[in-house]
Design a protein around this ligand. Structure first.
Ligand SMILES: CC(C)(COP(=O)(O)OP(=O)(O)OC[C@H]1O[C@@H](n2cnc3c(N)ncnc32)[C@H](O)[C@@H]1OP(=O)(O)O)[C@@H](O)C(=O)NCCC(=O)NCCS
Length: 409
């Protein structure tokens, strides 16, 4: 049975389906959030013939976003989001139909790459998404020392300033700062101005007893050079203040990050800093002397990347080493990518030559932002027909520094 996926015509039913799937609290602000977050023509639905009557069987949406690649180019991407299948319609192929629809539409729109944050790790690999970026969650104690002798001169000229994210102009400053830094941090994903407004909008219901989200900017010579978002939470223990500051993703070069890191571990009344999204090669770990210099460290998946159009996506980034490898690409969800490709640093070309490596398109997505995929051969997730061919490919795709994590979208 083929399942029809069509554009949403009713924002209310789209939102109500999402709220059932994600069992979130329904507030007066939700409808406004929806309009802010997701362009009207980027919401899609499935209604199974025997499906639920008042709601959709499945929904998904696409945020138009931009992502920086190794080499510094910033390209448009489809940010897949709002994926949900009605609990009564699950495991009947609705997601599979929506994924096929998404890949076809994205290709037709001329966008080479799709990216997402996955709710569960097992869902998206089958549709050709590869785990492209890892992220650390780190806690630090009050007054943690950061040692970076060769950055001290530069950091001396950086000042920090605390503002409220919802204040006029703050979201625009954040976006400009993120775009400016993106080329130096491949993997950075920048949302549209609407997406920033969405992040800055916090209703009274959402906040309850929480602090409004603040932004700590790093500035030099009157210019924003970095920022981090944060929220503080009170706690008193044995009459002593021991609150927690929870902070998001660093934006900025090394000196800006150092100034921001020093400031957030030195906020009055706080005992612990929880950093929710730190790149695995962020200098922070080296500044504290490694994992045992933190209170705790956990590693999770951040961005998943899907090469929707392999031929178009491949030459958009640069490669660190030379390579010339014939790869048999398996791709069940986007058959136009399947087949044999000669991959070199300048192009992906169709070829009749014998395959030297066989792999799923998800492997190329996993390595697209520079994360090392060399271990996948040992893991038995890639087949090699010419010894050394996969190492050649993996070495060329790998960057010196691991890619930057993105915030959830
Ligand atoms: C995840 C979700 C969208 C799957 O939708 P679905 O319509 O049931 O998926 P399909 O019927 O198309 O299943 C496709 C395949 O994926 C598998 N699959 C689906 N969800 C899975 C999960 N959470 N874990 C592992 N496998 C899963 C199915 O078993 C099926 O496998 P098969 O092709 O070998 O038979 C749905 O369960 C859901 O809405 N979950 C809650 C919201 C959510 O997690 N959304 C994802 C946001 S990132």
């Amino acid at each position: 049975m083929s399942i029809d996926v069509r554009p949403s015509e009713d924002a209310g039913t789209f939102l109500a389906t999402d709220q059932l799937v994600w069992f979130g609290e329904v507030t007066d602000a939700d409808a406004r959030h929806l309009r802010l977050g997701l362009p009207e023509d980027q919401r899609f639905v499935v209604d199974l013939p025997e499906g639920p009557e008042d709601l959709h069987s499945g929904i998904y949406g696409v945020r138009p976003m931009e992502m920086s690649l190794p080499g510094g180019t910033i390209v448009p991407i489809a940010g897949l989001t709002w994926v949900g299948v009605h609990p009564d319609a699950r495991r009947r192929g609705v997601l599979t139909a929506m994924m096929g629809d998404h890949l076809e539409r994205t290709r037709a729109a001329g966008t080479a790459t799709s990216a997402l944050h996955a709710s569960e790790a097992a869902i998206y690999g089958r549709y050709g998404y590869g785990l492209a970026v890892l992220t650390h969650q780190i806690t630090l104690g009050r007054g943690t020392t950061f040692t970076a002798p060769h950055l001290e001169d530069e950091v001396a000229g950086v000042t920090t300033h605390l503002v409220t994210m919802s204040d006029p102009g703050v979201a625009e400053r954040m976006r400009a700062c993120q775009l400016g830094n993106a080329p130096d941090f491949p993997g950075t994903i920048v949302g549209t101005p609407d997406f920033f407004t969405l992040m800055a909008t916090e209703s009274a219901e959402e906040l309850r007893d929480k602090e409004r989200r603040r932004i700590l900017f790093a500035r030099r010579d009157g210019q924003d050079i970095g920022f981090i978002g944060l929220r503080r939470e009170h706690k008193w223990e044995k009459a002593r203040p021991s609150g927690t500051v929870t902070a998001g993703t660093f934006c900025g070069g090394p000196a800006a990050r150092l100034a921001l890191a020093r400031r957030i571990v030195d906020l009055d009344l706080m005992g612990t800093t929880k950093l929710e999204n730190v790149g695995v090669d962020d200098p922070l770990l080296d500044w504290v002397g490694g994992p045992r210099g933190t209170g705790s460290l956990e590693t999770w998946d951040s961005t998943w990347v899907r090469l929707v159009d392999l031929e178009a996506a491949w030459p958009l980034r640069t490669y660190d080493g030379d390579c010339d490898v014939v790869v048999e690409v398996e791709d069940r969800s986007a058959p136009w990518n399947a087949g044999r490709w000669q991959l070199t640093p300048s192009s992906a070309r169709r070829t009749e030559a014998e395959a030297e490596v066989t792999l799923d398109v998800a492997v190329l997505g996993a390595g697209y932002l520079g994360r090392s995929i060399g271990g996948l051969l040992r893991a038995g997730l890639v087949r090699e027909h010419r010894p050394g061919a996969y190492a050649e490919l993996a070495r060329a795709m790998r960057t010196v520094v691991e890619p930057e994590p993105s915030i959830g979208f």
